[in-house]
Design a protein around this ligand. Sequence first.
Ligand code: F6P
Length: 523
Amino acid sequence: MSAPTALPAWKKLSAHKERIGGSGLPGLVVDEPDRFSKFSVRADGILYDYSRQNIDSEVLADLLALAEQQNLPTWRGRLYGGDPVNVTEKRAALHMALRTQPGDRWEVGGVSVTEDVIAERMRAYAFAEAIRTGALRGSTGARFTDVVELGIGGSHLGPALACDALAAFSDHATRVHFVSNADGADLARTLAHCRPEATLFIAASKTFTTQETLLNARTARAWLESALGEGQFAKHFAAATAAPDRAEAFGIPREHVFRLWEWVGGRFSLWSAVGLPAMVALGRKHFDELLAGARDIDVHFRDAPLAENIPVLMALVGIWNRNFCGATSHAILPYAEALWLLPTYLQQLVMESLGKCVDRDNAHIDYKAAPVVWGMQGTSGQHAFYQLLHQGSDTIGVDFIGYREAIEGDPQHHPVVLANLVAQAEALLVGSQNPDAYRSCAGGRASSVLVFDRLDPRNLGRLIALYEHQVFVQSVIWNLNAFDQWGVELGKQLGKPLLTELTGGERAEHDPATAGLVDYLLK
Ligand code: F6P
């Protein structure tokens, strides 16, 4: 693998950009009556429509050639084969194995992991079911009414998204909450609604060393002990971690500790015991469906030809926009209130995976990688920032996400939602001319649309897995390791001596700007 800029397809794509030009988009569409069928793909009940992208057949052919020239099929084989594709940490990235079904075989370093994954999944399901039915109770014998997940980043965003997006599939037998922030206000406002005797905490942390999660866990433990008595917290705590010894050292009984593996990246861990809150909220049947949806996409990504492969096409469209059309950011616009957390979830998935400027060969790259990812649920976003999408001076990648059916057959609202989605995509494309320039929309602004039949557990699993594989494909094209995150380490390290200083301990050496700020905070 090498720098993509050295590849013949990259050079041809640069020439195509000159040929097509940004404002050519409406013309491209008008001139091709069969454009929708030509530039859209259907698989597993999903439509990926990229007919409003600044792409013609020649661009598409060279984007696909770029994937071939960068050896995408080989890298995909290495990913699925459990090779250590996370080169800096010498680990596999086999989150697909967490979606395994009996009969599948997944190996890491030649050793099967399928049996372990299924056994741990069954333990987690049994635990979740015991909470849901009241078979598992707290130290006073009270039934658990509230489960509070303590975790951050990948140990928070996946289960929080699943619980929120699929709330319509929960029987609400148990209330599930998420606390991630080191700011005590996050935990305090959650505990204001909980009773200690009826609350179970799940500390989700792959490493079980994360400052925020351990701080919240210690505060939660103290809250339990002050109400229930010293040593009475163990029945109220569980953990999902790759460091079970650390969880036990904290005081969590072994039978409440659920395992994940080093080959599961934090931001890919929803499918493991990190998903326990979602198992509690949704029950086994729905969590199984979530896994099955992600597995559908694992099979599709592995088997579909590149030209019909949705995550491959999503990734290539993203690269076209970022590297050739100058897109600085990428907006995620789900037309479903239930997906309000999706942009935040994808911020971590994309920006922690691809927010890098050093490649797999330890060399600085001379091309752009991850765009800034942001967004909001439609139609609320329309009244917040769409002005900039239509008339702003930046080029922005756009994914609209919609559902053909409403969750509960909502006859009044759902058509309004869909009409708005289509109207926004059309407005970006065609624009409008007005004698007053300030009223005009230039149009020619590209967007893609993903449509699912309905928002249900299976389709949520599919949606998330599409983006997971999109990230992997882009990492291959950009020659980046998608599975490490060294950039977040420095801040964590510098935070330690600063905590000492800000709590009255010894002062450390700093640059003048930092020293001034510390002085100000200590006054
Ligand atoms: O922010 C860095 C990070 O390591 C993420 O990758 C991870 O999801 C998060 O911290 C939480 O880590 P852990 O699960 O080990 O507590």
